[in-house]
Design a binder for this molecule. Structure first.
Ligand code: SF4
Length: 355
């Protein structure tokens, strides 16, 4: 295509700045070990662990060992860090003997330098100095807290069984004992809204976690939330609403060093998917929609600065950027390209800044 320069607007897009909380993610392999929380006494409305009793099986020492060995055979890039991750929600709530058995196996791999670290996820009310001392002994590096919300009413309606004070206390203790701190939060919990989620993220930021996972709430069948959905007392977010909610959270994070390590569902996380049905903002490329919206924002702001030209011409919008991120900038289903065409009658093209 021959482009006349008078019909072209050029802008520079620093994608590393826009997506700094996600791009700076560490390049590493993870060995996920799912530990179903046997005998969890809680009844979080979105969880189906209690409802599918009989379908979850207990992990054994052999399972832990075999899973680690199996994953180690897959990893080809010797330069990457390898981390063993105990997922399943409430590691420090399972039988303490069992915790130590699992950690002993994992720590042996750390000791032999076959893996670089251990992480686990748990609940804020299952953290104490005694537990942290034990985790230190086995070289656990990162503790992720499933906090879900920093609003007591939302925690209450969601039947989380802890309040925000226990989150504050646990987060401080984890940092005090020298662990990396991770938080997991949800958007679209019953009783929640955009304002409560924005307040929550501000409270999260004040606790200085190094990492964050953000999940939209899905209704899992069977679960208490599914019953609420059937009765009409809970309406799940649409994909668009969930993308918007997460987008606003990401904007709050932009001036922090908190790394967002997950956006959207992962079957090994606190919600057990199993064979259950999912209802709500289920979308394979959920994170890409959020990133595309963030990128679009930045492009649009720069475009508005040159708006006088747009009024005059249907023109070419040349975005000079790192083309490695083309799919994010164009957006899934070319959503950003279509947006600029429809709203401003400009044709977005990318040019590699050549770095
Ligand atoms: S989400 Fe975690 S803490 Fe809540 S009921 Fe399920 S397993 Fe228990």
């Amino acid at each position: 295509m021959h482009l006349k320069t008078e019909n072209m607007i050029s802008i520079k897009l620093d994608i590393n700045k826009v997506l700094r909380n996600v791009i700076n993610k560490k390049n590493q392999y993870t060995i996920p070990i799912f530990i179903p929380h046997e005998g969890c006494k809680n009844e979080c409305v979105f969880c189906n662990q209690r409802k599918i009793s009989g379908k979850t099986t207990s992990a054994t020492k052999e399972d832990v060992h075999n899973t680690i060995e199996e994953y180690l055979t897959y990893f080809k890039d010797k330069g990457k860090d390898i981390e063993i991750a105990f997922f399943g929600g409430s590691f420090t709530g399972i039988d303490s003997k069992k915790q130590e058995e699992f950690l002993k196996i994992a720590n042996e791999y750390v000791r032999l330098k076959r893996v670089s670290g251990i992480r686990l996820s748990t609940r804020p009310d299952y953290i104490s100095p005694k537990i942290l001392k034990m985790l230190k002994k086995y070289n656990v590096k990162t503790i992720e807290l499933g906090i879900q919300s920093m609003d007591n009413e939302v925690l209450n309606i969601s039947k989380r069984g802890h309040d925000i004070l226990s989150v504050i206390r646990a987060s401080r203790l984890i940092r005090l004992y020298g662990f990396n701190l991770g938080h997991q939060i949800m958007v679209g919990l019953p009783g929640s809204d955009k304002e409560k989620e924005l307040l929550s993220i501000k409270r999260v930021i004040s606790l200085k976690p190094q990492e964050l996972r953000i999940y939209p709430v899905y209704v899992i069948k069977p679960s208490k939330l599914y019953d609420m959905y059937m009765e009409g007392s809970y309406i799940p977010l649409t994909v668009k609403e969930a993308v918007d909610r997460v987008y606003y959270i990401m904007k709050e994070l932009q001036n922090t060093n908190i790394r967002v390590i997950r956006l959207g569902l992962q079957s090994t996380d606190e919600i057990t998917v199993g064979n259950a049905e999912l209802i709500g903002p289920v979308c394979d490329n959920f994170a890409e929609y959020v990133f595309a919206k963030m990128t679009r924002d930045e492009i649009e702001n720069k475009l508005k600065e040159k708006k006088k030209n747009i009024d005059k011409y249907g023109c070419i919008l040349k975005v000079i950027t790192n083309k490695k991120y083309t799919s994010v900038i164009i957006g899934p289903n070319r959503i950003n390209k279509k947006y600029f065409k429809e709203k401003y009658n400009v044709e977005m093209v990318l040019e590699d800044k050549g770095e």
